[in-house]
Design a protein around this ligand. Sequence first.
Ligand SMILES: [Cu+2]
Length: 320
Amino acid sequence: MNAVLAPAGPVAQTIAEMAWVLIVGAGLVFGLVMAALMWALGRRRGATSASTDRAAATDDDRAAARWWIVGAGFVLPLLVLSALLVYTVWRTNELTPARAPQEPIVSVIAHLWWWEVRYREPARGIDVVLANEIHLPVGRAVTLGLTSADVIHSFWVPALAGKIDMLPGRVHQLRVQADRPGVYRGQCAEFCGEQHARMALHVVAQTPDEFERWLQAQNRSAEAPRDALAQRGAQVFAEQRCTACHTVRGLGPVASIGPDLTHVGSRLHLAAGTLPMSVAALRAWIAHPQAAKPGARMPSYDRLDDASLGALAAFLEQLK
Ligand SMILES: [Cu+2]
């Protein structure tokens, strides 16, 4: 809510201004109607207490009532609503600016209950897949191509733009721009099942240099395990067939039922904003995803012994 009124980019700014104009417009109408009501009630009391000439007073009252009905009931709302209609139609144009042809598109694919994010720029050899996190260079407009792999979801990062539905089989475009560096939280805004509430994402706005460094790092294959523990973790990862659902680029086959884990350790959160990233959180998640997020499309691995879980967590945390 407060993010809507604290916009961090031009599109959200327009929405915030429109919201204020509509709030003030609605307040004005409400105030005028209340004032008219008070006035009418006051008049009525005055008329009944001093009714010298009843017939004349009733005629006067009828004429006044007609004025009020036509004026306050019809003309005034017509003027206010027409003005607001013209205003909103005019401002709405600013919400869908045209995309410059060379502007990159970031694909966002909603899944039950997480977000797949892809950066593809064949000309520069960029082909990045990650989850639940979108990075943007500050001050530059980026077009998001939004779709869904299963049911209808809705993309909403209040500090940056309005809501837009994500439909299977269709791609909706949304242009976003962040003018201040920071982390902006987003949330699925269309009820999509039991873990709809734990389907958050984070937009990280960085300086263009930082963004480029991040993109290049994400574009690399996974780092080889750094120590014996991580080495063991990579082994458990393969033995347990985590690779049936997850990709770790450079270390195994490609699978896309679950989030790409190539650089999972560099992310802020696990499981779409459910847990902040740490070795302990990784371990807890792998052992009991069903406790953190009941219904999540990942089986629990609570049958694994402590050493294997620790090794898995260490391996994944190193994937920066
Ligand atoms: Cu959803």
